[in-house]
Design a protein around this ligand. Structure first.
Ligand code: FES
Ligand code: FES
Length: 211
C-alpha cells in the first residue's frame, strides 16, 4: 500500500527498531538526539550543556572524512552549520523539529536528525552527509538504487531518505520489507513515494552486498 509507512505508523517501537520519531516522543520536545536504533552515539554533551546558547565556541567536525575547524554559536544546529557554514546543502531543511527526516545524516553510522543535533554535540563523532555517499564521481549504491527505482517525485525528502537507508543497511545488510518500512519510518515523503522507496532500499541492499 502506498501509505503503508505514513506518519501514523511512525511511533512504533519493535525490537531494535525504535524509530527516531518514537524516540523523540519518548524523550519529549527538548530532546536533541534522534536515532533509529535507540542506542545513543557518543556526543559531546558536557560541552553542549556548559556553553551559553550565544557563546562562540570552537568545534572540530569530521565530515565525510575531512576535518573542519569552525567557530560556531553553541546553539547552532548541525544542519545549520553543514548548510550555511560549510556549504554542504545536500541535507535539507524541512520541519526543523525532528519530524520529517529531510535533514538526516549519519553520526557514527546511525541516522540522526541534523536539525535536532547541536554542532557542538557532533564533535568527536564521524559525520556522513549525502555528499559523502558518492563513489568518486559516481553515485553510491543507495543513491543509484533510488534513481533506478524512481523512488522520488519532487526529490526534497530524498537525501534524508537515502541517509536513513544507508544507516539501516549498515546495521542490517539484508532487511526484510517490514524491516525496511520500520527502519525508514522516521522519514516522511509528502509525495507518497513509499512503495518505490522500499524497493530502492531492497535494491541498495543487493548492490551493497555485491560490492
Ligand atoms: S528538518 Fe530535521 S527532521 Fe525535519
Ligand atoms: S519525493 Fe517529494 S517529498 Fe518525497
Amino acid at each position: 500500500m502506498e501509505d503503508e509507512m505514513g506518519p501514523g505508523d511512525r511511533n512504533s517501537k519493535r525490537g531494535w527498531e525504535i524509530t527516531r520519531r518514537g524516540f523523540l516522543k519518548t524523550m519529549g520536545s527538548g530532546a536533541t538526539i534522534a536515532v533509529t536504533s535507540g542506542l545513543l552515539p557518543m556526543v559531546d554533551t558536557a560541552m553542549a550543556a556548559e556553553a551559553k546558547p550565544e557563546e562562540i565556541v570552537r568545534v572540530d567536525l569530521l565530515i565525510n572524512g575531512s576535518q573542519y575547524h569552525l567557530m560556531v554559536e553553541a546553539r547552532w544546529s548541525l544542519l545549520y552549520v553543514l548548510r550555511e557554514k560549510i556549504g554542504l546543502t545536500g541535507s535539507k531543511v524541512g520541519c526543523e523539529r525532528g519530524e520529517c527526516g529531510a535533514c538526516t545524516v549519519l553520526i557514527n553510522s546511525l541516522p540522526r536528525y541534523a536539525c535536532m543535533t547541536l554542532a557542538v554535540e557532533a564533535q568527536g563523532s564521524e559525520i556522513v552527509t549525502v555528499e559523502g555517499l558518492m563513489d568518486g564521481e559516481r553515485l553510491g549504491p543507495v543513491q543509484k538504487a533510488f534513481a533506478e527505482q524512481d523512488a522520488f517525485q519532487c526529490g526534497y525528502c530524498t537525501p534524508g531518505q537515502i541517509m536513513a537507508a544507508d544507516g539501516l543497511l549498515r546495521a542490517n545488510p539484508s532487511p526484510s520489507p517490514d524491516e525496511i518500512r520500520r527502519g525508514m519510518a522516521g522519514n516522511i515523503c509528502r509525495c507518497g513515494a513509499y512503495t518505490h522507496i522500499v524497493k530502492a532500499v531492497a535494491q541498495a541492499a543487493e548492490l551493497k552486498r555485491e560490492k
